[in-house]
Design a protein around this ligand. Structure first.
Ligand code: GDG
Length: 482
């Protein structure tokens, strides 16, 4: 069924990041469409059915391009209303950089020592969530369906419910949910749970996240949880908790890599690689400590040490996109990656060959998908990851079925792709090196079989299935109030 037929009420989407950013550049103002799974799924839907999107207006020309905090988008063919929330630099620091990214992000990824909380940042996080709720309450038509998103907005559902009990809310928690002994370390853990329980539907990436969440609710709020149905009785309502693993648009990626421009790009890369008798490996990550970039470099060092036959033959291209550069820790992390890369290169480079090439900036999406198509192997080595879309995109782009995927066992994606990918433990460099050798040793037929099986799975579980599943659950939740 087409997703739009599932939507039976006016739709309001609420995210931290906005789908369109107005930026002042030399010579004028440029509107940039942001990328990412959620935006690329929900923007076309809102373009089709109309509605409202509420987000932090982070662009430096957002205010002047909006009127009364609103902008009709897409600019060239306006179809829905983008409601921009203006945040002061102090609010951005407290709500986004500190509480969200230095507190909830590391804690949810179970990297306890990196987590920092402060009551001052909490107050800002709280008031910004309230700000979002106020705006959503103001723009939501009666009986609207509200889809809100991620750890930046944990308190938002309960705030909206207070003023607008008529709306039905689905909130999706995009990152892992930690086990209780870790979650408890968040000084405001009870408030976070109470905030989220304001939703009617709560979505997570995996069954394990759901289990940890239900356990936290049961143990800390002393509430009845039905594990079979995933329902929580909360303040006279039912909250439906379920896993909705996010995915990609396989057909769109396939069409992208089959376009004449990208076919040419892929041919060029392959010619270059084959002429030099190389095997091309690739990884693509935001420069984030959860992605296991440093242990991966240790593993590559181990690989070239244990298997010297690959020296001068396996070239590993790492795309490391600077991320959250407003947080000092992230800037330092980026420098560490650069330093370690240099060390490995100095140790193994020969005249005219370098084991690791770093691309320190982002590529446009079609060319990135083209690189995935051209590569012989991809490595995803996150320490912990809610899903990891790079793994799924690599599989979707592999239309020639030449590549193998090394995938960290501790990603959400491994729940779906563990049988045909090559599982790795990111903290076991020797094991990682052995697995890479094993993966590079299988026959072309086996490579093709593995990619085909993974592609089949992704064709049956696309980003649109993810969205349809969430809206179907939301619809059931909305009906139970009628
Ligand atoms: C969070 C959760 C969950 C990267 N470099 C370039 C580029 N990218 C794109 C990739 C991919 C996306 O960014 C990264 O998604 P991931 O899932 O790998 O990682 P996070 O950013 O941490 O995402 C994660 C995800 O949300 C779900 O949405 O899976 O667990 O942490 O789509 O392709 N895109 C372009 N150029 C680049 O250089 N165009």
């Amino acid at each position: 069924m087409a997703i739009k037929q599932l939507i039976e009420a006016p739709l309001v989407v609420v995210t931290n990041r906005e789908p369109y950013i107005d930026e002042r550049v030399a010579g004028g103002i440029r509107t940039i469409q942001t990328a990412g799974g959620v935006v690329s799924a929900l923007d076309p839907l809102l373009q089709e059915i109309g509605g409202n999107w509420v987000a932090w207006g982070s662009g430096n020309a957002d205010i002047e391009m909006s009127s009364g905090g609103q902008r009709q988008v897409p600019p060239e063919r306006p179809r829905y209303t983008l409601n921009r929330i203006t945040l002061s630099p102090e609010e951005v620091q407290g709500y986004y950089a500190k509480y969200s990214n230095q507190g909830l992000w590391p804690l949810s990824h179970m990297l306890i020592e990196r987590a920092q909380f402060s009551r001052r940042a909490w107050q800002t996080y709280r008031s910004v969530n309230q700000k979002f709720a106020k705006r959503v309450s103001a723009v939501s038509p009666p009986g609207a369906w509200v889809f809100s998103h991620d750890y930046q907005l944990a308190l938002f559902p309960a705030f909206v419910r207070k003023t607008r009990p008529d709306v039905t809310i689905a909130h999706f928690w995009h990152i892992p949910w930690p086990p209780l002994p870790i979650f408890r370390l968040c000084p405001q853990h009870q408030e976070i749970l109470r905030g989220l329980l304001g939703a009617d539907v709560l979505g997570f990436q995996s069954e394990q996240d759901v289990e940890y969440f239900l356990n936290a609710v049961e143990r800390t709020l002393k509430t009845t949880v039905n594990r079979e149905t995933g329902r929580i009785d909360w303040q006279g309502r039912s909250v439906h908790v379920k896993s909705f693993p996010i995915s990609v648009d396989v057909n769109a990626i396939e069409a992208m890599v089959e376009s004449p421009r990208i076919r040419r790009w892929v041919r060029g890369i392959r010619r270059h690689v084959d002429r030099r008798d190389q095997i091309l490996g690739i990884s693509v990550d935001r420069a984030d400590y959860t992605k296991g970039l440093l242990p991966r470099l240790d593993a590559m060092k181990e690989f070239y040490t244990l298997y010297p036959q690959y020296r001068e033959h396996v070239t590993y291209l790492q795309i490391v996109v600077p991320s959250r550069t407003e947080v000092a820790e992230y800037r330092r992390f980026y420098e560490q990656v650069e330093k370690k890369t240099q060390e490995v290169n100095q140790r193994f480079a020969t005249n005219g060959w370098k084991p690791i090439i770093t691309l320190p900036h982002s590529l446009d999406r079609p060319r990135l998908m083209g690189l995935f198509r051209a590569a012989d192997f991809a490595v995803v080595s996150s320490l912990v990851d809610g899903m990891n879309l790079v793994a799924k995109e690599f599989v979707a782009a592999q239309v020639d079925k030449r590549g193998v995927l090394l995938l960290s066992e501790t990603t959400g994606a491994a729940n779906e792709l563990e049988h045909e990918s090559f599982p790795i433990n990111p903290l076991d460099p020797e094991g990682f090196a052995n697995t890479l050798h094993e993966a590079l040793s299988i026959s072309a037929d086996e490579r093709a079989d593995r990619i085909s099986a993974m592609r089949k799975h992704l064709e049956e579980h696309t980003i649109y299935d993810w969205m349809a599943d969430i809206f179907l659950t939301l619809k059931m939740a909305a009906q139970s109030y009628v």
